[in-house]
Design a protein around this ligand. Structure first.
Ligand code: DAT
Ligand code: MG
Length: 138
């Protein structure tokens, strides 16, 4: 076993659609543990740091504006190989083509022109997880 921690965010669309419980249910059903959790209205500075790797990309400003449009639920999740495992649970980035059985595939809606409404964020590597957990739970 390889116990890791990852950062999961239920994005503003997930919170607004009352899907937080369903997303937590899937995380817990998989066997992962909730270590810490909070509802937070993220400010521009936190989001700029969180999404620094995407600065300058065409979807960056709409992404940040979407992420500050309402509260998000930040969760510290622990489990065996949870960083990669949660990414699989979430499904691919675009909910339109995310596989059935995944959070985005089952619950996501199509992207509009300027929105990134794919319900969840999950850290994509051990380095990202450490960096993002420090940002959201310092
Ligand atoms: P992921 O969230 O699957 O790790 P990412 O890190 O590449 O995806 O991008 C961060 C977010 O930005 C993603 O959840 C939704 C949005 N996004 C990514 N690529 C996009 C695109 N081509 N058009 C619009 N939004 C995009
Ligand atoms: Mg990412």
């Amino acid at each position: 076993t390889q116990i890791e921690e990852t950062l999961v965010l239920v994005k503003p669309d997930g919170v607004a659609r009352n899907l937080t419980g369903e997303i937590l249910r899937r995380i817990e059903a998989k066997g992962y543990s909730l270590v810490d959790i909070k509802l937070i209205q993220a400010d521009r500075g936190l989001l700029a740091a969180h999404y620094a790797e995407h600065e300058g990309k065409p979807f960056y400003i709409p992404l940040v504006e979407f992420m500050e449009s309402g509260p998000v639920v930040a969760i510290r999740v622990a489990g065996n190989r949870v960083i990669e495992g949660f990414r699989v649970l979430a499904g691919t980035t675009d909910p339109t083509t995310a596989a059935p059985g995944t959070i985005r595939g089952d619950l996501g809606r199509d992207w509009g022109l300027k929105v990134q409404q794919n319900l969840v964020h999950g850290s994509d590597s051990p380095e990202s997880a450490a960096r993002e957990l420090e940002l959201w739970f310092k």
